[in-house]
Design a protein around this ligand. Sequence first.
Ligand SMILES: O=P(O)(O)OC[C@H]1O[C@H](OP(=O)(O)OP(=O)(O)O)[C@H](O)[C@@H]1O
Ligand SMILES: O=c1cc[nH]c(=O)[nH]1
Ligand SMILES: [Mg+2]
Length: 210
Amino acid sequence: METHVVDHPLAAALLTTMRDARSSNPAFRAALRELTHMLIYEAIRDAEIEEFEVATPVAPARGVRLANPPLLVPVLRAGLGMVEQASSLIPQSQVGFVGMARDETTHEPVPYLESLPEDLSGIPVYVLDPMLATGGSMVRTIELLVERGATDVTAVCVVAAPQGVAALADSGLPIRLVVAAVDAGLNEDAYIVPGLGDAGDRQFGPRNIL
Ligand SMILES: O=P(O)(O)OC[C@H]1O[C@H](OP(=O)(O)OP(=O)(O)O)[C@H](O)[C@@H]1O
Ligand SMILES: O=c1cc[nH]c(=O)[nH]1
Ligand SMILES: [Mg+2]
């Protein structure tokens, strides 16, 4: 599996704000928004383009646009904090939604919402979720996409554990990973260490289901 770690001082500074337990929910959300900008910028670097002609005030010029804009899929809740920035960078993109909550005892993902186009064949899909811990939620999400015909999926994450990266690689699913950092591991509650805590709670407060 292709893994691209976005190694950049500005990305590292934003990630530091997200890691810092003293950062307020609004500060955490703002840093995630800005960091998403950099992750998407890197993720789309090699996307296919098509050319067309534009007229400047002076002369004709070569214009370019994305040949095949991606479908963006934030994984609720935590991925919601990435979707506005991603869709403003790629205004032609459409957005689908997956709701997934990890059971706090078993650490297994429990899907609770699936709002996606019927047929994803030929459409690049960018899954947005800041956290890749055991990898269970991301693998389950990509399985939902593959069931609809997706063959080109990019996971855009902020922090990953090595176990999550391995789970994606071992899944055999058509996936590449763009991430700001791969941390040391997981603790007994399957939280990433050092990580940044619960990315959903740090944006929105505690969740009330599961
Ligand atoms: O790799 P995994 O072990 O599956 O863990 C990662 C998942 O956990 C978090 O969501 P959570 O279940 O906390 O839901 P939330 O976004 O609503 O807080 C995170 O946003 C991922 O979706
Ligand atoms: O560290 C972790 C693991 C799962 N989900 C989170 O939000 N954070
Ligand atoms: Mg959470």
